[in-house]
Design a protein. Structure first.
Length: 252
């Protein structure tokens, strides 16, 4: 429904829709003098002989908005200021672009931190950059550790014929991944006739790798699709074992 409201400052009358007055409690701004008033309280009867001002537009007051030419609706009526979309400022666009760039860098950093071992294994030339990255965060760039892609292909435990009380563990570890992996730890459990454990020992890579090449082997790991043979001597003179179990794992 079309109504008429009058600016109490300059006396200019405007034709306005009831839906416009309902918005924001009816607070409007005179498009002629810029005065702010309550359009509902300033309603006048149409049968009063008022001269309607057509050129200035009536809208909600917002000091942050600059005056803009009125847009026309399908009924060719002036569009109030509060219905006109204000284009984002150049500064706001730059702030949004900067925030998006920061978020993207943060996501890339998180991915590099989480998958640093896989990245270093897939791209050896990137290891130095990853080490510098970890130098800031206090982490290290180790080889990947995917136990589901590692297996013990064969193992054998037998007494050493030359020394009483010693046993020899021979085993072959296979890396089924396409990339190098760290050497795993091994858990050896000796069992008695009832398959009850009588001795359990965890062998770290330094316990079973060949000396004096231990550091070199630890640095390079087990190449993708290859295997590593190991031979370990263990003293079991205080136990009476008849069987064994052997598992590989990566310490957490």
């Amino acid at each position: 429904m079309s109504l008429v409201t009058r600016c109490p400052v300059c006396g200019t009358a405007f034709r306005v829709q009831s839906s416009q007055l309902a918005a924001h409690s009816g607070t409007v701004r005179c498009g002629k003098c810029g005065g702010v008033f309550n359009g509902v309280a300033a309603l006048v009867e149409e049968d009063e002989r008022v001269s309607l001002e057509l050129s200035p537009q009536l809208g909600l007051f917002d000091p942050s908005r600059a005056a803009a030419p009125p847009e026309r609706t399908t009924g060719d009526e002036p569009l109030p200021d509060f219905l006109v979309d204000e284009p984002p400022s150049r500064r706001a666009r730059w702030l949004w672009a900067f925030a998006a760039l920061v978020a993207l860098c943060a996501m890339a950093g998180q991915a590099a931190y989480r998958f640093r071992a896989e990245i270093g294994a897939a791209s050896p030339q990137s290891r130095e950059s990853l080490r510098a990255f970890c130098g800031v965060l206090g982490c290290d760039v180790s080889l990947p550790r995917r136990p589901e892609l590692m297996s013990i292909d064969s193992s054998e435990l037998q007494a050493d014929a030359r020394r009483e009380g010693l046993i020899v563990l021979n085993a072959v570890i296979r890396n089924r991944a396409r990339f190098p992996q760290d050497y795993p730890a091994l858990e050896l459990t000796l069992t008695d006739e009832g398959d009850r454990p009588v001795l359990r020992r965890v062998l770290a890579p330094r316990d079973y790798l060949e000396r004096p090449r231990t550091d070199e082997l630890l640095r390079d790991g087990i190449a993708g699709g290859s295997e590593a043979a190991l031979r370990v001597f263990l003293d079991t003179s205080r136990t009476r074992a008849t069987g064994y179990r052997l598992y590989l794992f990566y310490p957490s």
